[in-house]
Design a protein around this ligand. Structure first.
Ligand code: SF4
Length: 208
């Protein structure tokens, strides 16, 4: 397989990967999400969008050059075309900015003109934030796209850097972070000459 045979990366997967690479691994290889939505060529945008005033809905774009594809839900077109990414909740994170940057890069590849900013809109506060797309965002997009393209079934990524993420993760039933940690602790105890007793057996002789 050459690099040209690798599938394009879905923009929303960048967000998942940055939340936890292991989460994207389960979503991709255990088919817990529908990855194969119908792709449409961005050059036929007028056939794939609806327009209300200066708002455009649902523009599908793909770029062989960026190895990316995705659907921009909302675009503001007052002066320049500007992607708007809408999020639930009351705050946003780096991974949301990187996903927005990916939309901006797809759009500028299609328009063949710079797209230097996008908006993040938060449903939780009804606020909109203008995000300037920097070199950091662009490099991050390219770096994560490359990392996702080289993921494979036989290389499972590490657990999340922050265990609190697991509390809200929908793939926790595949991943089993807590159970794995307990098993690792148990086998470490055995390796260091610990007694072969259940991990949850904390009672001392006196307590018996
Ligand atoms: S449960 Fe935690 S480690 Fe596992 S995929 Fe989810 S976030 Fe990552």
């Amino acid at each position: 397989m050459t690099e040209h045979d690798l599938p394009l990366v879905n923009t929303s997967d960048l967000n998942q990967y940055l939340y936890c690479p292991r989460r994207l691994y389960y979503l991709m290889f255990y088919h817990t999400q529908g990855l194969n939505f119908v792709l449409a060529d961005g050059r036929s945008k007028h056939a794939h969008q609806s327009r209300r005033g200066q708002w455009y809905r649902e523009m599908y774009l793909r770029s062989e050059k960026l190895h990316l594809h995705g659907k921009i839900d909302l675009l503001e077109g007052k002066t320049n075309m500007t992607p708007v990414e809408r999020k639930h909740g009351t705050s946003f994170f780096d991974n949301d900015e990187v996903q927005l940057a990916a939309y901006c890069m797809l759009l500028e590849d299609y328009l063949d003109e710079p797209v230097r900013m996008g908006y993040l809109y938060l449903f939780g506060t009804n606020e909109r934030y203008a995000i300037t797309i920097t070199d950091w965002h662009r490099n991050k997009v390219l770096q994560v796209v490359e990392a996702i393209r080289t993921m494979s079934l036989d290389r499972i990524p590490d657990f999340a850097d922050n265990p609190k993420k697991c509390e809200k993760c929908s793939t926790v039933q595949y991943c089993l972070p807590e159970e794995t940690r307990m098993l690792q602790e148990e086998s470490a105890r055995m390796e260091h000459g610990g007694k072969d007793q259940p991990a949850n057996s904390k009672l001392t002789d006196k307590e018996h």
